[in-house]
Design a protein around this ligand. Structure first.
Ligand code: GLC
Length: 652
């Protein structure tokens, strides 16, 4: 007989004990909205059991666990009371339609407010630009208060409730969220919850010796434990510093700092940290944020003798946050940022955890296939690793603000006859332009002399050959680079998931080397692809002879086409055998609509034979939806230099 699980009963009992007390404490407020309160309680009763179980797993062994439960329930009620009524209405709408974000209408963009429009107030003026592009999702890169100077591009937060004053105010953010909502655009923000800046009030109090706040971080009086941990940890920014611990002179203690020495890892084994960060999260949700990008999820739990990445408790913490949002702010989604092995990336994706996740594997393998002109690794990996749990989907990107790391699985590479170590070396050489015939102008990021590892910085266009071609003033090479870019875009938009455009790429932004003259940026080559939007260049985008015009219109065309094709909504994707190792093909289908998509990763024309086409459902004349050209019955498909086709193979 299975062991009796006492937890559901205990969960109910605890709730029955705590809730009346909380209701008493907030009775004046609750009496004002009895109907709403009833709905809240329904959600609470629905989610409480799992929240209890997660919290028990994390903190049940601590003598004051009941106090933790009480405080968390109070926080839930408090943040629900503070939640604006328009957002509560939206919560109800989203609950009735929980997979709204799977729609073919979802198209995302991401930008740095200061680099795009200087500040939040001016961003408002560009909503029409987002509409012109067709965006329905907008991710603003970190914009909360941070120390001046090096703050890791905003990822060292010193106050989760204040906007960086150079960028604006919290009130402006809420207003912007509402304005975007009016236009059908969902606002996404980062939730940098693995660490705070060493200037955060909690860190300051810790530095002053306050034991309650010292317990917010991992601090050690000597090297004994740090040395034991360190044996298994990897260096994330090896060119900046070695090791994951920083000496704090004020405290006279070592502090755990996975990333930069000024980013102090939070100690989630302390339930106060969990509660405090949950409150920061609910506060942001109440400003109208619809998607929180959970930053650096892999690192949030430490365990001696492991590499302290992807620990089971990291999942439990996120699930507990998820249960809290389902109670207070059910329209909020989580997007996981786990740039780790693909086996681990997928584990963060679940309706009870992160409904969305970056897809670093697709991103890396698109670049891999572009360099090798072979689609074997891409095809093999996507066939086995694309599926996500129901009700969840990928966020597909080609470039973002970070570097590119070659995160494919070693065994996947071996299965198709590649030596993974040698292959990564090749890719690094290729993308830093250090390989004969390379078209790429990438910049090395974080070369690790001990392991030989390196990652790649650079913009989409510079990596794809445009910078090199423009420098050489070679029109043929320019056209080829454009085709490469369009090829990756067409896959990003059609393969299934939310396509996320790194704003600037819609104009073919090239590397910007001015970071080399800024002492706060010079050691971080990621700034080569984080540049100011050159509005003065082509704001009206009317001059059809410019590259900017061509890139922009191709992007808009693809987004618009996607929105007309329900088959491209996020869901199933079947990788097919094209019978040609240079052609990557897949089928997208929804209800009656079926689309066969084939992409040529070489400069030469490539052929997919009729027999293969027929095997995948091509019958009679079929139309290429990208240009309305008909592929006549019984003919081979011939794809030119880096071309794609989206063949409509729906049966009448
Ligand atoms: C994430 C961010 C990256 C940052 C790191 C530390 O990986 O994307 O830019 O450096 O977290 O916060």
């Amino acid at each position: 007989m299975a062991d009796y699980d006492w937890r559901p009963d205990q969960a109910r009992t605890s709730l029955n004990r705590i809730l009346p007390e909380v209701e008493k404490a907030y009775s004046a407020d609750l009496q004002q909205a009895p109907h709403e309160w009833h709905k809240f309680k329904n959600r609470l009763h629905r989610e409480w059991e799992r929240l209890f179980i997660y919290l028990h797993q994390l903190y049940g062994w601590q003598y004051d666990f009941f106090y933790t439960l009480e405080r968390i329930l109070k926080s839930l009620v408090q943040y629900w009371l503070e939640r604006p009524s328009e957002l509560k209405l939206l919560d109800e709408k989203r609950e009735a339609e929980p997979t709204w974000f799977m729609s073919e209408n979802m198209v995302g963009g991401v930008l740095y407010v200061d680099l795009f429009s200087d500040n939040l107030a001016k961003l408002d003026d560009h909503i029409s630009y987002f509409k012109k592009l067709g965006l329905t999702y907008l991710h603003l890169m970190p914009l909360l208060a941070v120390p001046k100077g090096d703050n890791d591009g905003g990822y060292a937060v010193s106050d989760y409730r204040a906007i960086n004053p150079d960028i604006g105010t919290m009130e402006e953010l809420s207003k912007l969220a509402a304005a975007l909502r009016e236009e059908g655009i969902s606002l996404a923000l980062d939730f940098v919850f693995n660490h705070t800046s060493d200037q955060h009030m909690w860190a300051q109090k810790a530095k002053s010796g306050d034991p309650d706040f010292m317990a917010y971080y991992y601090t050690y009086p000597d090297r004994e434990l740090p040395d034991q941990f360190q044996k298994y940890l990897r260096d994330i920014f090896p060119t900046i510093r070695k090791g994951s611990f920083t000496w704090c002179e004020e405290m006279k203690r070592w502090v755990w700092t996975t990333f930069n020495s000024f980013q102090w890892d939070l100690n989630y084994s302390n339930p106060e940290v969990f509660r405090a960060m949950a409150e920061e999260m609910l506060f942001l949700a109440n400003q109208g944020v619809k998607v929180l990008r959970l930053d650096a999820v892999a690192f949030i739990w430490k365990r001696l003798g492991t590499n302290c990445e992807n620990q089971p408790e990291a999942h439990t913490i996120i699930r507990a946050f998820n249960a809290m949002t389902k109670i207070v702010a059910p329209c909020l989604l989580f997007k996981s940022e786990a740039i780790v092995h693909p086996d681990e990336v997928i584990r963060y994706i679940h309706p009870d955890e992160c409904q969305l996740s970056y897809n670093p594997l697709l991103m890396a393998l698109l670049w891999e296939a572009l360099a090798t002109r072979e689609v074997k690794l891409l095809e093999h990996s996507m066939r086995n690793r694309y599926r996500t749990p129901a009700g969840c989907t990928w966020v597909n990107y080609v470039r973002c603000h970070d570097d590119i790391g070659w995160t494919f699985d070693d065994q996947d590479a071996r299965n198709i006859g590649l030596d993974p170590v040698g292959h990564r070396k090749f890719l690094n050489k290729f993308y830093t332009g250090d390989y004969p015939g390379s078209f790429s102008k990438g910049v090395p990021f974080q070369f690790n002399a001990d392991t030989g590892d390196v990652r790649i910085s650079g913009t989409f266009s510079s990596l794809a050959g445009l910078e090199d071609a423009v420098e050489k003033q070679d029109t043929e090479l320019i056209e080829r680079a454009i085709r490469r870019i369009n090829l990756l875009r067409s896959i990003q938009v059609s393969i299934g998931g939310i396509p996320l455009l790194y704003i600037g790429d819609e104009w073919g932004m090239l590397n910007d080397y001015t970071y080399l003259t800024d002492p706060t940026k010079v050691n971080d080559s990621r700034w080569v692809h984080r540049s100011r939007k050159r509005w003065e260049a082509r704001e009206d985008l009317t001059d059809q002879d410019t590259l900017e015009w061509r890139f922009f219109h191709e992007m808009v065309k693809l987004f618009n086409l996607r929105k007309k094709l329900p088959a491209l909504r996020n869901g199933g994707m079947e990788v097919i055998h094209t019978g040609n190792s240079h052609l990557f093909g897949y089928i997208r289908a929804f209800k009656d609509q079926k689309i066969l998509i084939v992409n040529n990763f070489t400069e030469e024309p490539q052929l997919m034979e009729t027999a293969h086409l027929r095997a995948w459902g091509v019958k009679g004349n079929v139309i290429n939806l990208l240009n309305d050209v008909v592929l006549p019955e019984n003919s081979n498909l011939i794809l030119d230099d880096h071309r794609a086709v989206w063949l409509d193979i729906s049966q009448p």
